[in-house]
Design a protein around this ligand. Sequence first.
Ligand SMILES: [Zn+2]
Length: 444
Amino acid sequence: MRRILSATLFLLSSLVFAAEPSAPKITLALVGGRIVDGYEGRPIEDGAILIAGDRIAALGPRAAIRVPEGVATIDTRGMTVLPGLADMHVHLMILGHGDYEHWDKTYRPRFRDEIMPAAARQLVTSGVTFARDLGAPLEDILFVKQRIEKGEIPGPRLFVSGPFIQHKPYFEYEKEFRWGVNGAADARAKVQKVIDAGVDLVKLIDQDQMTEEEVKAVVETAHKGGRPVVAHAHREEEIRIGLKYGIDSFEHTGLATEPGYPDDILQSIKKRNQTLFWCPTIEGLFLSEYTADTFPERLNDPRWQEGLAPDIVLDIRKSLENITGLPYFALVRRRIPTLANKFRQLRETGVTLMVGTDSGIPGNFHTDSTWRELATWVRLGMTPMQAIAGATRWPAAFLKKEKDIGTLAPGRYADVVAVRGDVLTNVELLQRPDVVIKNGVRVR
Ligand SMILES: [Zn+2]
């Protein structure tokens, strides 16, 4: 009987490999655990994933996957195993400090070699294996992106915009990462410049303060260069003009304290027929009250301090002493009651929501922003499975990288997170990933 069984198993496993005549050498296996692949289908219980180099070679129920002798194995029994997460709205140049002017003036020389690499490391060790950086000095962010690509420093796969393209910088000290445009020709030239430098997308803000010719020039130049345009959606006019000229992704839920989006905007979003993406970036809005009233202890958590110089930690900590009094959060108490309705409205339009957090804004640390956004979506009515898709498959779709990242399937890059417990019941478990693998290499 035993012999028949093992013969059958042998036959099964040789079938698995027969499909792939030049099977790549397996370098790592994750064995056991519930696999949630990112497609929102039924999870695989007691699953196994085989990794060959930087790619996934096979996955399925453990009974159907043969782990070759001697391969390094991670025991994921009792865990939820899912694709590495995306955070589609981060800022590596900031680390949660409460005062932007002080931060930019004091730490600008330390962005490239110290602050951005620390932020990148914090994100990836928290389970974020790909991210959009939406606003930074051009050379610095490209340098950090390339260092991560070469494997010189740990970090998520970065998709970057470089500077904000906008009507004009608010302050002189911001002009390296906020490029003002003056006329359509200038808009075209500046967008072309960031594209030629190697950005992945274009970030547009305050488009309601630009002329329509300028907005049109920005979007046309970006699209001609094969780059999507990501734009702020703070004000209703900003959304209207963005929709008129074909923005690909909107950010935020508005500075306005109106209870919801007006009908014409909702109708225009519906007409986009699911070609529009949106990062509502909600979790950060709850942080000031939560930190002050419920859990000030989070400010002492060594996790957000990982890899940061002591003077920076001290300065950030001090800046958040009176977090509810920060100008950044001035409107928040009035905005919070509008969020549930706006979130529901957006979902009803069919727009594709993506997890993005504005990680790095006051009190919003790179080590815990992403899971908080998923948890907030679930609190506002999504299932954990839908929220996970917003941090895996849909971001990959926006980036047109579905064949490489965002889901667990043979051929994808081996970017995997494993967390003890049932994430589909308690999405907050994502705050403590037990295993993070990027490019087939364990980073946590
Ligand atoms: Zn932002």
